[in-house]
Ligand binder design. Structure first.
Ligand code: NAP
Ligand code: GDD
Length: 337
């Protein structure tokens, strides 16, 4: 029988790719969306507004990770085989400005969901979106045995969620897993994360719409992979015989400066002519270097990364140039009328 999944954070980068993956596998996908005063479904509109046949397999429900009762009701109604908890206040810099809100949604929100699974009495497998940020100050390479040393309200909340997931597994025998994912990007990445900010900036500079890009710390090193590959690892974790926790990463560390070089060079530009420093993008405490060792995922899940950071930068720059030229063409048509 076809499986059913519930995804929190369905409107985000990962939620949209995971929806596509599960629909391709024949799942019925339920997405939790929160009410917004402006449209927040841009990344999933192409699925939701797709052919009628597909629509019946993709359903959206209004709820919020702040609302435990709504979560219980939703789970009782849907009775999903799998739950993917991708919803979060996911921006590290913002978490310093909104630490309580981040703790509530990114931390307590996970416990509300785990409790809702328990209270509704359904037999479901739970995926928790844990993060390499939890390793924080501990130097690379980081793997499942590396201790956590979180450096932001965001990563503190993720550590709480990580251990809550482990605790529900141990205390209640729940099939609950942590995917400890290192940074993963795509043309659907939020515009305020550094890779997308850079590739979007490249497209706008190339088109003559702006001359400069303002950034913070260029020395930080991240292990940047390709989001569509990472959602496949999430799904694989829930298909195992027993629940466990896995690091998902490429193993390649690249500085923000290097990613700038890749992105600008791809468009035939020199980043040094266009990038300015702005202290407002610095964090009160920074994570200097994250480089993952995904040996366990490779051995036990059969998962292997393909796209590396240089190719990723090219994919994202090309997509942003295309998107901008479509927007400009659309605007020109509207002006002509
Ligand atoms: P994202 O694009 O920022 O998406 C976050 C999602 O959470 C959005 O759908 C957002 O809804 C939703 N959300 C925010 N507050 C919520 C609330 N109160 N109730 C319900 N939903 C809420 O994040 P992503 O990059 O796809 O990442 C997915 C998950 O993986 C997140 O938990 C993130 O922390 C974690 N993670 C990401 C990475 C990475 O490199 N991308 C690495 C490790 C872990 P709106 O659209 O309405 O804002
Ligand atoms: N966002 C941003 N904007 N970051 C900048 C900027 C800027 O203008 N300038 C430099 N940086 C540096 C940050 O200081 C950080 O060291 C690095 O670029 C990456 O920042 P982000 O792209 O915001 O990602 P992140 O690594 O902090 O967090 C992302 O990855 C985590 C996994 O390690 C998010 O997706 C988290 O949700 C995720 O858990």
């Amino acid at each position: 029988m076809a499986k059913t999944a519930l995804i929190t954070g369905v409107t985000g980068q990962d939620g949209s790719y995971l929806s596509e993956l599960l629909l391709d596998k024949g799942y019925t996908v339920h997405g939790l969306i929160r009410r917004s005063s402006s449209f927040n479904t841009e990344r999933i509109d192409h699925i939701y507004q797709g052919p009628e046949e597909e629509n019946r397999s993709f359903l959206l429900h209004h709820a919020d990770l702040a609302d435990g009762v709504a979560l219980v009701n939703l789970l009782r109604d849907i009775r999903p085989d799998e739950v993917y908890n991708l919803g979060a206040q996911s921006h590290v810099r913002v978490s310093f400005d909104a630490p309580l809100y981040t703790g509530d949604i990114t931390g307590l929100g996970t416990v509300r969901l785990l409790e809702a699974v328990r209270a509704s009495g359904i037999d479901t497998r739970v995926y928790q979106a844990s993060s390499s940020e939890m390793f924080g100050a501990n130097p690379p390479p980081q793997n499942e045995r590396t201790p956590f040393h979180p450096r932001s309200p965001y990563s503190v909340a993720k550590v709480y969620s990580y251990w809550s997931t482990v605790n529900y597994r141990e205390a209640y025998g729940m099939f609950a897993v942590n995917g400890i994912l290192f940074n993963h990007e795509s043309p659907r990445r939020g515009e305020t994360f550094v890779t997308r900010k850079i590739t979007r900036g490249v497209a706008r500079i190339k088109a003559g719409l702006q001359t400069h890009l303002h950034l913070g710390n260029l020395d930080a090193v991240r292990d940047w992979g390709y989001a569509p590959e990472y959602v496949e690892a999430m799904w694989r974790m829930l298909q195992c015989d027993a629940p466990d926790d896995y690091v998902v990463a490429t193993g390649e560390g690249v500085s923000v400066r290097q990613f700038l070089e890749y992105s600008f060079a791809h468009a035939g530009l020199d980043w040094r002519e266009h990038v300015r420093y702005d202290a407002k993008y610095e964090r009160p405490s920074e994570v200097d270097a994250l480089i993952g060792d995904a040996t366990k995922a490779e051995e036990l899940l059969g998962w292997k990364p393909v796209v590396r950071s240089r190719e990723l930068a090219g994919i994202m720059v090309d997509a942003d140039i295309r998107q901008l030229s479509d927007q400009l063409a659309g605007a020109a048509v509207r002006v002509d009328r």
